[in-house]
Design a binder for this molecule. Structure first.
Ligand SMILES: *[C@@H]1O[C@H](CO)[C@@H](O)[C@H](O)[C@H]1NC(C)=O
Ligand SMILES: *[C@@H]1O[C@H](CO)[C@@H](O)[C@H](O)[C@H]1NC(C)=O
Ligand SMILES: *[C@@H]1O[C@H](CO)[C@@H](O)[C@H](O)[C@H]1NC(C)=O
Length: 327
C-alpha cells in the first residue's frame, strides 16, 4: 500500500437542507460548528490502512448505511419476488439507477419467505433513515452472478469451476447472503459511539437490532449444513464462510473482526466452542467497523478510494463520495 496525503472532507456547518440539520444548527450552533467544519481522515502511515474513526456529522453517519440498506433491499427483494425497490417504493432511489444483474433466486419455500421478509424489512429501514435525515441517490449496484463469482473466487483463492452462482439454489443463496448483513451489523456497532444526538442513536440501535437478527438467521441456516459440501465444489459450507470472513478481514486491513461458522477454540465463545454461529470478540461482544473498512470490503478492492465489486461506481453520500477521485 502506498501512503497517501491526509484527506480533508468539507462538511458544511450550514447545511439547512432538512429539519434535522436545521434543528441541530439552532440547538447547538457552536458544537455543531466545531464538529462539522473540517473532517480529516488521517492515513495509516505505517504503510497500511487507517482503522480509526471518521469524524462526520450525525446526518452523514446515518446516511452512510443507506449504501448497504439499498444493496440488501435490492438483493433480497429481487431474489424473493423477482422485482426490486422501484416496484415497491419508487421514490426512495432518489433518481439513482436500478441495480444490474439481480435475479429471482431458486429458493426452497421457507427460505424464500425469510428472504421476502428481510427484503421488506430493508424497505422499512430505508424509510426510517430517509425520514430522519434525508436520502441519497441509490448508487449503481452490480448484483450479477459474475460479481458474486468474483468475490467467491477471491475468497477461496482460485477460480471456481463452474463459477459460483448465488441464485442457483438455497445454499448458494444463503452463502451469498452471508456476505452482506454482517457488514451492515458491524457498521452500525461502529457508528453508534460517534453519534451525538439521542434521536440518531435511537434510530441506529434499532436498525442494528434487526440487522443482527438477519445475520443470525442466515448463519443458523448455514450452520445446519456446516459440514456439507457445496456442490459441485469440494468445499464445505463452513469452509466457504471461513474463506469469506478471512477475505473480509484481509480487505478491511484492521485485524480480525469477522469469523466464519467453525473456528479454532480461541475464537469460540469463552474459548470453549468451535461452533461460531455468531461472530463476536473474546467477550462475545459484536465487532465494530468504520466506514472506510466497510467500503474496502464492499468494493472488494481493499481500498475506500477504489470502487468495484457490488458498487462499480462507488457509494453515495458525503462519506463515501469524499474518498472518490482522490487517487
Ligand atoms: C494501521 O494498519 C494496521 C494493519 O493494517 C492496523 O493494525 C493498525 O491498527 C492501523 N493503525 C491505525 C492508526 O489505524
Ligand atoms: C476434497 O478435499 C479434501 C480436503 O478438504 C481432500 O482430502 C480430498 O482429497 C478432496 N477431494 C477431491 C476429489 O479433490
Ligand atoms: C481466550 O483466549 C484469549 C487469547 O487467545 C484470551 O485473551 C482470553 O482471555 C481467553 N478467554 C477466556 C474466557 O479464557
Amino acid at each position: 500500500m502506498v501512503s497517501r496525503a491526509p484527506i480533508y472532507l468539507n462538511h458544511s456547518a450550514f447545511d439547512f437542507s432538512n429539519t434535522f440539520s436545521r434543528k441541530m444548527a439552532t440547538l447547538s450552533f457552536f458544537s455543531a460548528l466545531l464538529l462539522t467544519v473540517v473532517v480529516s481522515v488521517p492515513i495509516n502511515v505505517s504503510g497500511s490502512a487507517y482503522c480509526g474513526p471518521v469524524e462526520a456529522t450525525d446526518k452523514d453517519l446515518v446516511q452512510f448505511p443507506l449504501n448497504l440498506e439499498f444493496l440488501e433491499a435490492e438483493f433480497f427483494l429481487n431474489s424473493a419476488l423477482g422485482h426490486g425497490l422501484d416496484a415497491i417504493e419508487p421514490d426512495f432511489a432518489a433518481g439513482g439507477p436500478p441495480p444490474v444483474g439481480a435475479q429471482k433466486a431458486n429458493l426452497d419455500p421457507v427460505t424464500r419467505k425469510i428472504i421476502e421478509e428481510f427484503g421488506y424489512q430493508e424497505v422499512g429501514h430505508l424509510r426510517a433513515i430517509i425520514t430522519a435525515v434525508g436520502g441519497i441517490p441509490r448508487p449503481l449496484y452490480d448484483l450479477s452472478p459474475e460479481a458474486f463469482a468474483q468475490l467467491f473466487d477471491k475468497a477461496v483463492g482460485y477460480k471456481l469451476n463452474p463459477p459460483f452462482n448465488p441464485y442457483s439454489n438455497t445454499v448458494n443463496y444463503l452463502l451469498a447472503s452471508y456476505t452482506i448483513p454482517y457488514v451492515g451489523l458491524v457498521g452500525y456497532v461502529g457508528t453508534i459511539p460517534y453519534l451525538t444526538t439521542f434521536s440518531s442513536r435511537a434510530l441506529v440501535a434499532s436498525l442494528l437490532g434487526v440487522e443482527s437478527g438477519q445475520d443470525a438467521v442466515i448463519r443458523t441456516l448455514l450452520y445446519e449444513k456446516a459440514n456439507e459440501k457445496v456442490m459441485p465444489y469440494n468445499i464445505t459450507v463452513a469452509e466457504f464462510t471461513n474463506a469469506i470472513s478471512f477475505l473480509r478481514n484481509k480487505l478491511a486491513m484492521c485485524g480480525v473482526r469477522d469469523e466464519g461458522l467453525i473456528v479454532p477454540l480461541r475464537l469460540g465463545a469463552e474459548n470453549r466452542t468451535e461452533s461460531n454461529i455468531l461472530s463476536a470478540d473474546s467477550n462475545s461482544l459484536s465487532y465494530a467497523r468504520t466506514q472506510p473498512q466497510i467500503l474496502r470490503i464492499i468494493y472488494g478492492t481493499g481500498s475506500e478510494y477504489r470502487p468495484g465489486g457490488f458498487l462499480p461506481r462507488g457509494g453515495n453520500g458525503k462519506i463515501a463520495r469524499s474518498f472518490l477521485g482522490k487517487v
